[in-house]
Ligand binder design. Structure first.
Ligand code: SF4
Ligand code: SF4
Length: 402
């Protein structure tokens, strides 16, 4: 059988992607204030625009996550019609990379930025938050950020509900809005207590936009998302592509000329729970691959088949964002979800350095070495059947000795 090249395959997939709507979706990519310049022939395109809550923006159904190190790639994202990009102070150098090209695109691109999670505490001051905002503005080479978020709400290691109830956050947001430094505000989370903290913010009208870890293997966040949308809060999915980096990781897909990653993205698009999703695009092939499914409104039988295959093979290894089922079961305070997420950054995102730095910040007293002699009640508590202790062991080894 003739081998299909990767580029050829991506082009074919773009053309044949079933369930991709044309009517009402094949829009020229345009931001809030004007159409983008005509792209070069063959440039991948965003095919569907959707309102982002009540912000007045229409954004592509697929948006860019962080991870680009080359300004030319960021420029390419915008040329493809992607008009929302996710960044944050904690993604070393990413704000600066965007800043190299942002002036050219400024009124057509929605910048979603986040304070570094450890900065935002129950006692942080308004002055410290505004100072950090200033630093981000300088790096981004702009005078305003479209949406400034509190990052990692619901992560116990950064504090509980009292953290996001700190009035200084809202005073800083109000002042930043008054001074035109920020247009909208919100919160992001994949933490174990994300649902209750998101609910607090939504009920108290604190957030214009929320960014939430979700994909076809997660569950539980849906009522919160529906409530957010009913109140006009913009909803964005992240951690959509956390399952695996390559079909080659899934034995049952190794001989198929397919791309199950696209089915994973299509699930988010077809769920209609989100205004857009962010996915990390680190090279030109990934941009083409992911934009090939822009416009999807339903899953095909083949998509469902691929999702089942992935679930069968990966589902019992994947720690779900926002899950807290084993959190209270551990008598030794091991932050299972955090450790397994750092493992995911290492293994699937290729962010080895970032993952190892994050892991190094976990006190030794809460590392998996504490699991020795434990009867592992975490495994009984896990509704997804993860062999938690073995996963922790593997991850610890990976993050300490890589
Ligand atoms: S095996 Fe480790 S993570 Fe699981 S409950 Fe025991 S100490 Fe906690
Ligand atoms: S190991 Fe299981 S129970 Fe614990 S956070 Fe992950 S998915 Fe939830």
């Amino acid at each position: 059988m003739r081998r299909v090249s990767r580029r050829e395959f991506l082009r074919t997939t773009a053309a044949l992607t079933a369930g991709t709507t044309a009517s009402g979706g094949m829009l020229a990519a345009c931001g809030q204030q004007g159409a983008l310049a005509s792209p070069a022939p063959g440039t991948p395109r965003v095919r569907r625009m959707k309102p982002l809550g009540k912000t007045g923006w229409r954004v592509g159904d697929i948006s860019a996550g962080s991870g680009q190190r080359d300004p030319a790639l960021v420029n390419h994202l915008f040329e493809c019609g992607l008009n929302l990009i996710d960044t944050g102070a904690q993604y070393a150098g990413h704000e600066e990379v965007i800043g190299k090209v942002l002036p050219k695109w400024r009124d057509r691109v929605f910048i979603l930025d986040k304070w570094d999670p450890p900065l935002v505490t129950a006692t942080v001051t308004k002055a410290a938050l505004l100072e950090a905002l200033d630093v981000s503005l300088k790096k981004l080479n702009t005078t305003y950020i479209d949406c400034m978020m509190i990052h990692s709400i619901g992560h116990p290691r950064y504090g509980g509900l009292e953290r996001i109830q700190n009035p200084a956050i809202y005073e800083a947001w109000d002042e930043a809005k008054r001074r035109g430094m920020v247009k909208f505000t919100g919160a992001s989370s994949h933490g174990v207590r994300m649902i209750e903290e998101l609910e607090w913010g939504i009920d108290n009208n604190r957030f214009d936009v929320i960014l939430v870890g979700a994909n076809f293997l997660t569950r539980g966040i849906e009522p919160t998302l529906k409530k957010a949308r009913a109140k006009g809060v913009g909803t964005i999915a992240m951690k959509t592509m956390t399952i695996y980096k390559s079909d080659l990781n899934v034995r049952s897909l190794q001989n198929e000329q397919t791309n199950a990653r696209q089915a994973v993205l299509k699930w988010v698009l077809a769920s209609d729970l989100f205004d857009t999703l962010v996915v990390s695009m680190r090279n030109y092939d990934q941009v083409a691959e992911y934009l090939a499914v822009s416009g999807t409104t339903r899953l095909t039988a083949q998509d469902r088949h691929y999702l089942e295959l992935v679930k069968a093979e990966v589902g019992s290894r994947y720690c779900r964002p926002g899950c807290r089922a084993c959190f209270d079961a551990c008598p030794r305070g091991v932050p299972v979800a955090d450790i397994l997420r750092y493992g995911m950054y290492f293994e699937h995102y290729g962010d080895q350095k970032f993952a190892m730095q994050r892991y190094a910040a976990i006190p030794v007293a809460h590392r998996p070495s504490r699991c020795a002699g434990c009867s592992a009640p975490c495994e009984e508590a896990c509704p997804y059947g993860l062999r938690v202790r073995a996963r922790l062991d593997e991850t610890d080894h990976q993050l300490r000795f890589a």
